[in-house]
Design a protein. Structure first.
Length: 328
């Protein structure tokens, strides 16, 4: 009989606790209209307003404790907390390809505002790549020779096999019958390597531009320029995209951000004349942005993993190699 009494005591205590929880939860969720926002930055979504009314299953009447639903309240609290970027809502992008698809299909006119998925941790190899990129950016102040090296670096960021696959799409763009195949390959590269390798997105923006899909092309350019504001290819391309969209103000604004000619007052070869002072100003500004983003990545990695390995020495010769495969 004693175990049975213990059971009933436990049951009574539990019932009392649930009723008290009901009053507490209801006090949080009882307003006739509850409006709150969940900032799903880790999923690359915009600030998403979620609206709940008393008719929803998990919104309970203040004066009806007997109808309190523990599971429904639990689900509501999980939505409120959302501390790990995950949700039971199937509409939340679960991969970077899903993020891209969600952005491309969005009808939101205010496409300039969105949050990217979190970047991968900064490895020693990736840090070497960024250092090399910064040094090549600095060389743009002396001429255009470094631009070819930058293109090669950008194409090679995920190794030889990824670069080869990306280069195959260039030949497919010239044939309208191969456009669908080209788009599929580029999206597969995004899904496999993530949006922080921007070259598949740059080729995708080019493909959409050729197809007169200017809104989709514009969104791809925005992603690229949020990750690499100094990407002179995307800066040049987005001007043409804005013209295609009929956005002349946008075209003028982006044109001001393009890489200036090395020679002042010269738009066509041969480039002869005085050096353009705006060129060095642009280089200094973009190098500053690149260094700032690198420091930000270092802080984020340090916060996640602690101090960098002692064997890594910034003064040593770069260990970057095109055969790094898929390493970050």
């Amino acid at each position: 009989m004693i175990p049975l009494k213990i059971f009933w005591c436990f049951f009574l205590v539990l019932t009392s606790t649930l009723r008290e929880s009901s009053a507490f939860i209801s006090s949080l969720l009882s307003p006739s209209q509850l409006f709150f926002q969940l900032e799903l930055r880790r999923d690359g979504r915009e600030n998403t307003p979620l609206f709940a009314s008393p008719s929803d299953d998990y919104i309970q009447d203040d004066n009806n404790d007997s109808n309190f639903d523990v599971e429904a309240a639990k689900k509501q609290l999980e939505l409120l907390l959302v501390d790990d970027g995950k949700s039971d809502d199937s509409s939340v992008p679960s991969t970077e390809k899903d993020f891209l698809e969600s952005l491309l299909s969005s009808k939101n006119k205010d496409v300039d505002k969105f949050y990217l998925p979190p970047p991968p941790p900064l490895s020693a190899i990736e840090r070497d790549r960024r250092d090399a990129e910064i040094q090549l950016l600095k060389l743009l102040g002396q001429g255009d020779e470094a631009s070819a090296d930058l293109w090669n670096l950008w194409y090679s960021e995920r190794g030889v096999s990824a670069k080869t696959k990306l280069e195959t799409t260039d030949s497919l763009m010239g044939d309208p019958e191969k456009w669908k195949e080209c788009e599929q390959i580029l999206k597969e590269l995004v899904d496999e390597y993530g949006i922080y390798w921007v070259e598949p997105l740059n080729r995708l923006a080019t493909l959409y531009f050729i197809q007169n899909k200017f809104d989709e092309s514009y969104k791809c350019c925005l992603i690229i320029l949020q990750i690499k504001p100094w990407h002179f290819g995307a800066l040049s391309g987005i001007v043409q995209v804005c013209i295609g969209r009929g956005d002349r103000n946008g075209a003028r604004a982006w044109a001001e951000k393009r890489l200036p000619n090395i020679v002042a007052g010269s738009s066509f070869p041969p480039f002869e004349g005085a050096e353009n002072p705006r060129r060095q100003q642009w280089v200094d500004e973009q190098v500053g942005k690149a260094e700032k983003l690198l420091r930000k990545a270092e802080r984020a990695t340090k916060k996640s993993f602690g101090e960098p390995d002692s064997y890594y020495n910034q003064e040593e010769e770069s260990t970057m190699n095109e055969d790094d495969g898929d390493a970050w």
